[in-house]
Design a protein around this ligand. Structure first.
Ligand SMILES: CC(C)(COP(=O)(O)OP(=O)(O)OC[C@H]1O[C@@H](n2cnc3c(N)ncnc32)[C@H](O)[C@@H]1OP(=O)(O)O)[C@@H](O)C(=O)NCCC(=O)NCCS
Length: 360
């Protein structure tokens, strides 16, 4: 078994290609994408464009790298004159498994975030174990002390992680709201009642990148996510600046992710009080949208602003994105306040995931 570092696609023109086979040196990346798609749990699939962008960088400015495991010396499908892979290339069908590591840069520099997968049909042969050993080596080389990986509670990843000494540091439920069957008049009533507790605030919204003059507000709001309960995850607070907000948005745009953002502002003081964001992939895979971050800053909590923001945003989102049928969200089981909001809106439990943590 050989390990090969996968070259990310560096130019946007290549990302626009419809054919994930792309140029020959993208074959290993396409092989890894095939495996990722086969590993997908029910729910929104990651598009090729989003996947290739995530191999270039994480959405929080993390440096990324990807590696594949392949069998040495196998015949490839005529990529060189003599029909064999040259030393630098791996055919997409030869990829037995692989991993993507994200290295946070602005904070949490003790962490490496891992996504690891083995081709179905090549499982229980030690491929995953060999990949994990390699990933641990790479993370140590980068001076990281802790590895974090997520896996669905009822998939093979949980058994694998346990055997390899990871501990389940946090548990999250995925919840889904079906926009086709949601009780929209009931939600409007809920919003009207909640708004009475949230007097003294105004809402502002925009689709796509944050206007320049609001980047500072968004950085303050993003830091509100540091209050999210994280179980036993060894994560530090994230530090956000206007530049980091912009960099995240540029990554999302490269990845074909369209955002719908709603913020609440304290009318008297003028300061930002909370925000929520919905995201949709440019390919709108099977009608899925994603509810991303929501936070209300500490001085403004207890006024139902979280509910008001989410209800206002999803109503606007539905009008802008009529082809979206379902919205999925992640909710830490240690966060009963957000769970209560989601349940009030009609979100229903879909499945459960663990974040697995390993000291390396
Ligand atoms: C998890 C995953 C990467 C394991 O890959 P793999 O190549 O099968 O792993 P290995 O062959 O190295 O397995 C090592 C050990 O893990 C345990 N293990 C792996 N899969 C298991 C399963 N489905 N059930 C029970 N134990 C399992 C076993 O103890 C295994 O040793 P054994 O086969 O000698 O009993 C693979 O199943 C996968 O890609 N799953 C989907 C993606 C995922 O969940 N990734 C998260 C990983 S944290």
């Amino acid at each position: 078994m050989q390990m090969k570092r996968v070259a990310p696609i560096e130019n946007d023109a290549a990302q626009e290609e419809d054919d994930p086979d792309g140029p020959a040196d993208h074959a290993a990346l396409a092989g890894l994408y095939d495996i990722a798609r086969a590993c997908d749990q029910p729910g929104p699939a990651m598009s090729w464009r989003h996947f290739t962008a995530s191999v270039r960088s994480g959405s929080g400015g993390e440096r990324a790298e990807a590696w594949v495991a392949h069998d040495d010396g196998r015949i490839s499908l005529g990529r060189t004159d003599d029909g064999r892979t040259d030393s630098g290339q791996v055919g997409r069908d030869e990829v037995a498994g692989g991993y993507i590591l994200h290295f946070p840069q602005d904070d949490n520099t003790h962490l490496a975030l891992l996504r690891l997968m083995t081709r179905t049909g090549r499982r229980r042969e030690g491929v995953g174990g060999a990949l994990l050993d390699h990933a641990i080596g790479r993370a140590r080389d980068e001076g990281r002390r802790v590895l974090i990986a997520e896996a669905s509670a009822d998939g093979p990843g949980a058994a694998f992680a346990k055997v390899r000494g990871f501990s389940p540091a946090a548990t999250e439920t995925r919840l889904v709201l079906d926009l086709r069957t949601a009780d929209w008049s009931g939600l409007e009533l809920l919003r009207a009642r909640a708004v009475r507790h949230a007097t003294g605030y105004s809402l502002e919204r925009w689709a796509g990148p944050t206007p320049d003059d609001l980047l500072g507000d968004m950085a303050r709001l993003a830091e509100g996510m540091n209050d999210e309960p994280l179980g036993d995850l060894a994560m530090e607070d994230q530090r956000w600046t206007a530049d980091r907000v912009r960099a995240r948005e540029e990554m999302l745009a490269r990845a074909g992710q369209q955002t719908y953002t709603m913020i609440a502002r304290h009318t008297a003081g003028g300061e930002p009080a909370g925000f929520t964001q919905l995201v949709v992939d440019a390919e709108r895979p099977e009608g899925w949208g994603r509810q991303s971050s929501t936070t209300v800053l500490a001085p403004h909590r207890g006024r139902r602003l979280g509910l008001v923001l989410k209800l206002a945003n999803i109503t606007w989102f539905r009008a802008c994105e009529p082809s979206i049928e379902r919205v999925i969200t992640w909710n830490s089981v240690a966060n009963p306040h957000m769970l209560a909001i989601n349940e009030a809106m009609g979100f229903e439990v879909f499945d459960t995931w663990h974040q697995w943590q390993l000291d390396i």
